[in-house]
Design a protein around this ligand. Structure first.
Ligand SMILES: [Zn+2]
Length: 370
């Protein structure tokens, strides 16, 4: 269900006012009190936005599909997830997660994220913006025969779908940073990669916004909802997934699209999802499997950690056998992974012929909610 036209106009007007206030201000830092939406208008907006969310996991846990094999919350490199069978003719199912929505209701296992409310601009919270966009994407997908689940911060246990998109927006302490970026889980299936590629292509061309190149953070790839190994309230291992950072709420040019032309953002995301669904082979179960690699250590001669899978790429670190390398991807003869140094943790590429596999247990960084 989308917001009614009059409410949509009201929202757009408020956001225009916000943008106008900002442009006139000399100080680059927004404050919550300076550009406040009139409290009455904000109060009206809130319940309308919240009312259009579908039931949550706690209210109706059986309404949403779960994986055939419940994901193991413990870390087991040998686990082989099984995709839920999709009989012929089953309509595709897509989850749109509204980033930070009702994060105060997150379960105990994610209690540390309950106060993660995300970015804001004036009195507009990230969750409000995310929900507005999600409500606009939903009818576009439904019109093409897709079943859409709108999901708040809390993910139903082992939630399984043909695609899962976590919708977020960025914020910065400075007004300059802008642009969008997408990320897959650390261990990325071929399906997640294709989903990212298709949404990135449509998002860039339809919104006209710049990509925040190099801006993908550890927090995005370590998104809590992706972490089926650690959390029960996470997507199934075989659900293709991306997190979408639509743009910066703290940048005027990004707000001009996200706040004033939200239908364009919605169309950009919906087109990418539809393109993905068209291109994927729904019978290709192997494409859904996230890869699993053993923990590695450098050989006696040491290993070079580089910024890209090439010998000429920037050297990030040179490590000895005392350092754990935790791979999560492989391209050609190069592994991409975390390297745990004593004082820092880096992500980089290492040549397969400079490392050996161990039987150590991998430990991924603590899941986050950017
Ligand atoms: Zn966020």
């Amino acid at each position: 269900m989308s917001i009614s036209t009059s409410t949509g106009r009201l929202f757009a007007l408020l956001l225009l006012l916000l943008t106008a206030c900002t442009a006139a201000e000399a100080a680059p830092l927004p404050t919550a009190t300076k550009e406040a939406i009139p409290p009455t208008a904000a109060a009206k907006l809130m319940p309308i936005l919240q009312a259009s969310v579908t039931p949550t996991a706690t209210e109706e846990p059986t309404a949403l599909p779960t994986a055939t094999t419940p994901p193991t919350p413990t870390i087991d490199p040998a686990v082989t997830p099984t995709p839920t069978p999709r009989p012929d003719g089953t309509p595709p199912r897509v989850a749109l997660q509204v980033g930070h929505l009702r994060s105060n209701e997150l379960p105990d296992e994610q209690a540390h994220l309950r106060r993660s409310t995300g970015a804001r601009w004036g009195t507009v919270t990230e969750a409000q913006l995310n929900l507005d966009i999600v409500n606009r994407i939903k009818p576009l997908l439904e019109a093409r025969g897709v079943i859409v689940d709108i999901i708040p911060a809390t993910v139903p246990p082992g939630y399984d779908a043909d695609a899962f998109l976590a919708i977020h927006a960025d914020g910065s302490t400075r007004s300059g940073p802008r642009g969008w970026k997408l990320a897959t889980p650390w261990r990325t299936s071929a399906a997640s990669k294709l989903l990212l590629e298709r949404v990135a292509t449509s998002y860039g061309s339809i919104t006209g916004m710049p990509e925040d190149v190099g801006g993908v953070t550890v927090n995005m790839r370590g998104y809590y909802a992706f972490n089926w190994r650690r959390h029960t309230h996470a997507i199934a291992a075989t659900t293709p997934a991306i997190i979408v950072e639509m743009g910066f709420m703290t940048n005027a040019a990004d707000r001009a699209v996200m706040f004033n032309d939200p239908d364009r953002i919605a169309r950009a995301i919906a087109e990418g999802v539809l393109d993905y669904l068209e291109r994927r082979d729904p019978r290709d179960g192997a494409a859904l499997l996230p890869p699993s690699y053993p923990v590695m250590r450098a050989l006696e001669g040491g290993a070079a950690i580089r910024s890209a899978p090439r010998d000429q790429a920037t050297l990030l670190a040179r490590v000895g056998p005392d350092v754990q390398i935790i791979p999560f991807d492989k391209v050609g003869e190069w592994y991409q992974g975390f390297v745990r140094m004593s004082d820092r943790r880096i992500v980089g590429w290492v040549r397969a012929d400079q490392v050996r596999a161990t039987d150590e247990q991998p430990t991924f960084p603590t899941p986050t909610n950017p």
